[in-house]
Every structure is written in structure tokens, then in C-alpha cells.
Design a protein around this ligand. Structure first.
Ligand SMILES: C[S@@+](CC[C@H](N)C(=O)[O-])C[C@H]1O[C@@H](n2cnc3c(N)ncnc32)[C@H](O)[C@@H]1O
Length: 384
């Protein structure tokens, strides 16, 4: 079988990390570009990528590429694709579209044209039409329009991959699971010593760290138990879905979970509610015995042992009164790191670079990441 071309969409700045993850999955011809990573492989590669990628947003399979200088041209090209090769009349559909540097400027209008072309094709053949479901469609189509050319893809993930299903509740300003996983990849904890998040909020960073440490495929969380019949990924509703292969990959992933790791994971937060939520989320992920959560002020942090990583997402509030308080929090936290955390490496994630200066320590490395539209930094400090 010849290889198929796939595309993993990724948040700005995370493309090389997604590419590295794909390398570990033995994908071929991996090429990172702005907004994602091209790669090739078999259907097994695609299934595996959905199951194992921690940092990508979605996996797409391009099925057509054509010029679309006008909405009518877009409509005509989409109508020429044989849609009943891909989906049935009974399946619901949704179209995601983004347009850049093109004469078609309205993504929503373009998505509507694509949907109309598909629906009209079914209606002309059968006098019936598939329904649209924007929230949880059976079949999701992605259109990427740049410089008057459209790449039309089937969305193999369905729901975005950050929706791991363990986070039933969140505190204020939770990180996306994929961004937390990116932080964890950049930290590169060796599973020894301590992994401490002293401001864990709803626990996203430490839960992602635990999942990686025990080699738990994030996609498994979406699969429910072995008897669950609900299909969790888009490709499970495609024609020719190989149920046997998917079952084997899931069984393999379950078998590769590590029972024990030498290191320990600790999450703290000053808020009682945050600790309750983080504990509940960890339980949903089946990690209640792997992570310990305690209520505590970061300023009282005395890490045990003399080796490990301290990773946290500091609050970076916008209001003026809040900013003054935060300056003092950043400064005092910097003192705690300096005075009590020798032997550790700290990684602080913040969206406010001015506040980061108040940490008062020399940064060993800095990584630019985006929390939605906010440009953030992950700052590394070696605490000798
Ligand atoms: C930006 S949120 C963390 C969000 C988290 N990464 C998530 O994904 O849910 C910052 C957290 O720091 C906590 N916090 C603020 N001041 C603190 C302090 N002095 N000690 C410990 N936690 C603190 C807040 O309660 C909040 O949950």
C-alpha cells in the first residue's frame, strides 16, 4: 500500500515538538510548517497518531486540492468530489474552514458553500440530504484556503485532541491539555526525583506530566472502557474503518502503561477549591494514586529531596490592583526558589514578561508559546 499524506495541526510555536512526537511514532517524510506538521504513513500511522500524540490539535487527511478564486469555484470543485465514497446520508456533518491571503475572505461563508455543495450532491442523487451538526458531527471536514487554493481534508480526530475527557471541572484560566503537554515535553522530566507544580489550579500540567511519565497514551482516555461502543475519533466513522487494527493498538497502549516510576508528583495550590478540582480531574484520568495534591501557599514551599523539577503556570492577571500583588508574589517566589530549592530546575510559564522580571533569577532558557492569542514564555531556571 502506498503511503498516505496526513497533516497534524499544531499551535504556533509547537510544530517542532509535534514533529518530534511523530518521529517517535515512526511516521515518514515529516515536515514541520507554520500551523502544523505534514507526514506520511499508513492508516495504522494515523490511528497511532490519534492515540499517542500529546501536543497536536487535530489530525487531517487531505482528499482534494484545487484553485478557489470565487465562492462559486469552491462550490463547483467540492461538488465534483464523490461524497458517498466517504460518508452516508445518515451521518451528520460539519465543515471547519479558515481563509488566509485569498479573495474569499469569510471563513463561515466558505464553510457554508462547502456544506451546500455536499448536501446538494446527496439531494440530486437521492432526493434526501445529510443533516448538519456543528457540535458533535459524525463527519468533520476541514478546508484550508490560502492564496486562492483550497486544501480539503477529512478530520480524523473529530473532537480536538486536547479534549482528553478527564477535565470535568476547571479553575480560572486553565491551560489547554495540549499546551500543558507541550510544557511537559519541553521540561523533559527524567521520571526521577520530584515533579512539583506549586500552583496547580485544575491540575492540567501535573496530570499531563503523570500521563507521560507512566507512558499512558492520551487518546486512551477518550476510549472509555473496553466494552464502550461509542466511537471517540472521527476516523472510526470512516468507511473501511479497521476495527481489529484499532483494537490491537488500544490493547498495545494499555499494555505499555508503566506500573511504577521512581519519581514523585506533587501538586499544591492556595485555593481549597482548586485542590478539590485537581484531585477530581486526576481521579477521572485514573491517576489518583500517582499524584499527591495538598493545599499550600507557594511561599511556604520547602521541597523534599534535593533533585527534581518545579513547574508552574503563575497567575498573570490584568487588573492594576492585581498586578501590584502579583509583583510581590513573583518576587517572593523568586526568593523561595533561590533560598530553598537548590538542586532543582524550575520552569515558570507566564503571559506577562514584565512580571517575570520580578522573579529576579537568571534565566537559563526561554521558550515562546501561545496561550490562545496571548504570547507567553516558559522560563527555565537552574537553581544551583
Ligand atoms: C493560572 S492558574 C493555574 C492554572 C493551571 N495551570 C490549570 O491548567 O488549571 C494559577 C493558580 O495559582 C494559584 N495561586 C495563586 N497564588 C498562589 C500562592 N501564593 N500559592 C499557591 N497557589 C497560588 C491560584 O489559586 C491558581 O489556581
Amino acid at each position: 500500500m502506498p503511503n498516505t499524506h496526513f497533516f497534524a495541526t499544531a499551535a504556533k510555536g509547537t510544530e517542532p515538538i509535534v514533529a518530534k512526537e511523530l518521529e517517535c511514532l515512526h511516521a515518514q517524510n515529516i515536515r514541520a510548517t507554520t500551523g502544523g506538521v505534514h507526514f506520511e504513513g499508513s492508516m495504522e500511522t494515523l490511528y497511532r497518531a490519534n492515540l499517542w500524540l500529546r501536543t497536536a490539535n487535530r489530525l487531517l487527511m487531505p482528499i482534494a486540492e484545487f484553485p478557489c478564486p470565487t465562492p462559486q469555484a469552491l462550490y463547483e470543485h467540492v461538488r465534483q468530489i464523490r461524497w458517498n465514497d466517504w460518508m452516508t446520508l445518515r451521518q451528520t456533518l460539519a465543515v471547519d474552514c479558515n481563509c488566509r491571503d485569498s479573495r474569499i475572505t469569510h471563513s463561515r461563508y466558505a464553510a457554508l458553500k462547502i456544506k451546500d455543495a455536499i448536501v446538494d450532491q446527496f439531494r440530486a442523487r437521492t432526493s434526501r440530504r445529510p443533516n448538519v451538526d456543528l457540535r458533535r458531527p459524525d463527519f468533520r471536514i476541514n478546508a484550508h484556503i490560502t492564496k486562492d487554493r483550497c486544501v480539503l481534508s477529512l478530520d480524523a480526530s473529530g473532537d480536538r485532541l486536547h479534549l482528553r475527557s478527564y477535565r470535568r471541572q476547571a479553575t480560572e484560566a486553565p491551560l489547554r491539555e495540549t499546551l500543558a503537554a507541550t510544557i511537559v515535553e519541553l521540561v523533559g522530566w527524567d521520571n526521577e526525583g520530584m515533579f512539583i507544580d506549586p500552583m496547580c489550579g485544575s491540575g492540567t500540567i501535573i496530570i499531563e506530566a503523570a500521563l507521560k511519565a507512566i507512558n499512558y497514551a492520551p487518546g486512551l482516555l477518550r476510549c472509555g472502557d473496553a466494552s464502550s461502543r461509542e466511537s471517540s475519533f472521527g476516523f472510526q466513522r470512516w468507511p473501511g474503518f479497521d476495527r481489529k487494527l484499532w483494537g490491537r493498538l488500544i490493547a498495545e497502549a494499555r499494555d505499555s502503561i508503566r506500573e511504577k516510576i521512581p519519581g514523585r508528583l506533587l501538586g499544591y495550590d492556595i485555593s481549597r477549591e482548586a485542590i478539590q478540582i485537581a484531585s477530581q480531574n486526576a481521579k477521572m484520568a485514573g491517576l489518583e494514586k500517582r499524584i499527591r495534591f495538598e493545599r499550600g501557599n507557594v511561599l511556604n514551599l520547602y521541597p523534599r529531596g534535593n533533585r527534581g523539577v518545579i513547574v508552574c503556570n503563575l497567575p498573570y492577571g490584568e487588573r492594576t490592583g492585581e498586578l501590584e500583588e502579583l509583583k510581590s508574589l513573583y518576587k517572593s517566589f523568586g526568593d523561595v526558589l533561590k533560598q530553598r530549592c537548590t538542586g532543582y530546575t524550575a520552569y515558570l510559564f507566564t503571559g506577562n514578561l514584565k512580571l517575570a522580571k520580578f522573579i529576579g533569577l537568571r534565566t537559563a532558557r526561554r521558550f515562546t508559546l501561545y496561550n490562545g492569542p496571548i504570547e507567553c514564555r516558559l522560563l527555565k531556571y537552574e537553581l544551583f
